[in-house]
Design a protein around this ligand. Structure first.
Ligand code: SF4
Ligand code: SF4
Length: 391
């Protein structure tokens, strides 16, 4: 999420309230996925490998706003799929902004210039444009020649219309630190903040060869941060999360910090993993076996260092160690010396593969709903015919 002073104060006050109330688990950012359909097919994407019936399904405006109210998080990120494909995306965003929640609309920007008229600039709204590095890396990542120029043009167009814009960058193995540094220089020149994170190893991603393991992630970010000394890049993450990326913190993830609502329901346990679904946010919080997930506990979590799993951990750490957080923000991350000990993986439970059964269950429910709706319509029609013939 981008960070204005208003957002820092409001979200900081929210976290403080939760902390003082002694709440063990609370949401920080609602990840709202109103559809899975996309107009790109990126090599590292694990979000769009579904049958057409699923890709064609949308959350309605009301379902989206109900999710925002139910969850109560002060920030809402709208990823996808490509949210700008959703015909009612303007109304969804308007409804969330009216609730004074900070909205980050994540987009690959192919449709952004065309759809800007659907939105109004607001301190509660910003676009988070997918940009995976300088041209060479972005075009490769999104499997589209010229994708970089399109995204940069859309960033400029949105900024020119008065919108707040950030870019989000996913990093894969083979992305040299020097090129990431050039990208962060470019973002600074464009006047946009950057959210940057190692890609999670989605089991459904077309390319399984280029995900970073934890050790490589930490080494890479140490090199990037060393190159950035004195450059004043605008990276929109907390200093504690960046320190974690640099290998200086042994954090456990906080999957409930960024709960996910999509067309399947409330996703267990996090944005990255779909191991099951709950009907309500309360059911998600109360019935998920949180201790069954995380690095060292579950095989699919072994290499995860993605910001959606750890920003809420970092926020909690900042509450507990404000002096350490202030020193980090002032001095920057340590990029040399020993790293924090890695979490052992020898006791993790093996991966379970539930994707097909989740999809099949949803497809059967969709067919059953369609059959019920059809039967109800036919009953209404038959009743109307009967009363017409009686008259
Ligand atoms: S990463 Fe984003 S833009 Fe790329 S295919 Fe997936 S949803 Fe679409
Ligand atoms: S480590 Fe945590 S955030 Fe990452 S995939 Fe596992 S449960 Fe999700």
């Amino acid at each position: 999420m981008g960070v204005s002073l208003r957002q820092t104060v409001k979200v900081g006050a929210y976290v403080l309230r939760q902390h003082l109330a002694g709440r063990k688990r609370y949401p920080l950012v609602l990840m709202l996925e109103p559809l899975f359909r996309c107009n790109l097919a990126c090599f590292g994407c694990g979000k769009i490998d579904y049958p057409d019936a699923i890709l064609n399904k949308r959350l309605s405006v009301q379902e989206c706003l109900d999710a925002v109210d139910e969850c109560g998080a002060p920030m809402v990120a709208i990823p996808g799929g490509e949210p700008l494909i959703h015909r009612e995306i303007g109304e969804i965003v308007k409804g969330i902004v009216a609730r004074k929640k900070f909205v980050s609309l994540c987009t690959n920007a192919l449709l952004l210039e065309k759809k800007l008229h659907l939105f109004e600039p607001s301190p509660y709204l910003f676009f988070s444009v997918h940009l995976d590095g300088i041209k060479e890396h972005h075009d490769k990542s999104v499997c589209l020649a010229g994708g970089f120029e399109k995204a940069v043009a859309a960033v400029k167009a949105a900024k020119a219309r008065g919108f707040a814009v950030n870019v989000n960058c996913t990093v894969f193995d083979g992305h040299p630190a020097e090129d990431i540094a050039k990208f962060l220089d470019l973002a600074k020149a464009l006047g946009v903040g950057v959210s940057i994170s190692p890609g999670y190893a989605y089991e459904r991603a077309p390319d399984q060869e280029h995900f970073l393991n934890r050790h490589k992630t930490k080494e890479l970010f140490r090199r990037v941060f060393a190159l950035g000394k004195g450059k004043n890049w605008n990276i929109t993450h907390s200093a504690m999360f960046l320190d974690f990326l640099a290998g200086n913190q042994q954090f456990h993830c906080t999957p409930w910090g960024m709960p996910t609502r999509n067309i399947f329901g409330w996703q267990k346990p996090c944005y990255l993993l779909g191991e099951g679904y709950a009907k309500t946010f309360t059911e998600l919080m109360e019935t998920t076996d949180w201790d069954a997930y995380g690095t060292g506990r579950y095989e699919k979590c072994a290499n995860c260092m993605a910001h959606c799993g750890y920003e809420a951990t970092a926020a909690k750490a900042m509450m507990r160690h404000p002096l350490q957080a202030a020193t980090l923000a002032w001095r920057g991350m340590r990029t040399e010396g020993p790293m924090a000990p890695e979490i052992p993986l020898d006791a993790q439970r093996p991966a379970q593969y539930v994707f097909d059964s989740n999809v099949q269950l949803t497809l059967s429910q969709m067919r059953a709903n369609e059959a019920r709706e059809k039967a109800a319509k036919e009953a209404v029609k038959a009743a109307a015919q009967t009363s017409a013939s009686a008259a």
